[in-house]
Design a protein around this ligand. Structure first.
Ligand SMILES: [Zn+2]
Length: 405
């Protein structure tokens, strides 16, 4: 059966929401304290969990028996009694993060602290339009199992899978509608669950990148983070065009509609094209004012000498960002403008000027992060963080997976 549970990120120290009524959730609180990999004493763990010392000791004993927690040694102190330090056994289990940016496939195996231990990049060599869902699933499963095997791990050591896919994502699958290769819903999740694991989540690839970026800046678990991410990246044959994606992180959760949300690339732009010809509306989104189609039209029909084309690109992006800032009033704005790198500095300064003009209106003056490092494994990393967070917030799933109860 497909797991119908809603996916949530919770604040790591939050006690406001607990899943289920599992008495063992005290153990989960301890794991959440140890998840960054640093060792901690019983005293520190009880301070951070709010559990009593005896409860912490009892739970740690249980986790130690299962080899999930281990003794790190003894802390140096001049005060005579030296407290034992405990840490997560990061290699007790692993999670797999997958980026299936069709046809490219990037797979990473991560330990329980989220460190990459092994990875692989490959691509689907056949014409995707002619392949059915089973063949895509078989390819993904085969490559994933190969990596697990070649890294000398067992499938039973994998606690879960976090998979990033393009387009609109729902529980069963996704529709990468802006791609030219095909336009249909691919119901991959049930097929993968049959072959891999029940602990599997599939999310929009750009959403997963946002998660990885926020995690690397320690913003993922801080209360009140509202982040808007807009990515305009090279795409198409010879990277001649761009694909536009977006994600919104809203106070501890990804913003979702009934499937994924924040397909900023297909929202409207009202900047008029400054180049000849009509905009190619072959984008499958159905919006003749589609922002991504507009950008691709301008890029295709401009060259460096045509300053007006560059201006209209800049204006369209600034307009889009201004709208997003007014809608979400974010605390952080993240931009990947690698698809239009020539203009990214000008665009960034234009955005700053525009935001200054809004500063009397908005509660926040969001810091802007541009030129995010071009990290090949960013989406896979986000997949690993997503499934780890889910495991560490879902008592039932955690105890079934890690302890076999
Ligand atoms: Zn579109």
């Amino acid at each position: 059966m497909f797991n119908k549970k809603t996916f949530h990120f919770e604040h790591s120290d939050s006690s406001s929401k607990e899943y289920g009524h599992y008495p063992s959730d005290d153990g989960l609180k301890i794991i959440r304290v140890l998840r960054d990999g640093s060792p901690a004493s019983v005293k520190k763990i009880s301070e951070r969990t709010g559990l009593s010392d005896p409860t912490v000791r009892k739970k740690i004993l249980k986790l130690k028996k299962k080899d999930i927690v281990q003794i790190k040694g003894v802390r140096d102190t001049s005060l005579g009694r030296k407290p034992k330090l405990y840490q997560l056994n990061a290699s007790a289990y692993f999670v797999v993060g997958i980026d299936f940016e069709i046809p490219d496939l990037r797979i990473g195996i991560y330990d329980l602290t989220g460190q990459l231990v092994s990875n692989k990049m490959t691509y689907f060599r056949e014409k995707i339009g002619q392949k059915d869902d089973n063949e895509l699933a078989d390819f993904l499963v085969k490559e994933t199992k190969n990596l697990i095997h070649n890294s000398h791990h067992e499938l039973s050591q994998i606690a879960g899978f976090g998979i990033g896919v393009p387009g609109l994502v729902t529980e069963e699958g996704f529709n990468p509608f802006s791609r030219t290769v095909f336009n249909r819903r691919i119901n991959l999740s049930p097929l993968l669950q049959d072959d891999l694991h029940n602990n599997l989540i599939m999310l929009n690839d750009v959403d997963l990148e946002l998660i990885a970026e926020l995690d690397s800046r320690n913003l993922l678990y801080s209360d009140g983070t509202v982040a808007v991410y807009l990515s305009i990246r090279p795409s198409g044959e010879n990277n001649s065009g761009v694909s536009v994606g977006g994600g919104v992180w809203y106070r501890g959760s990804l913003l979702h509609g009934t499937g994924s949300a924040a397909e900023f690339g297909h929202t409207s732009t009202y900047i008029e094209p400054s180049t000849e010809g009509s905009i190619d509306t072959s984008c499958k989104c159905g919006n003749p004012r589609c922002f991504e189609s507009f950008l691709n039209h301008q890029i295709k029909n401009s060259n460096i000498k045509k300053v007006s084309a560059a201006n209209s690109i800049e204006n369209a992006i600034v307009q889009k960002l201004k709208d997003l800032v007014l809608i979400f009033n974010p605390t952080h704005l993240l931009l990947d403008l690698s698809g239009i790198s020539k203009n990214s500095e000008t665009i960034a300064s234009a955005i700053n000027t525009e935001l200054d003009s809004l500063s009397g209106v908005l509660a926040n003056d969001p810091p802007i992060f541009i030129n995010l490092p071009n990290e090949e494994m960013r989406c896979s990393q986000g997949g690993a963080i997503a499934i780890l967070s889910r495991l560490l917030n879902d008592g039932e799933m955690f105890w079934e997976t890690f302890v076999g109860e």
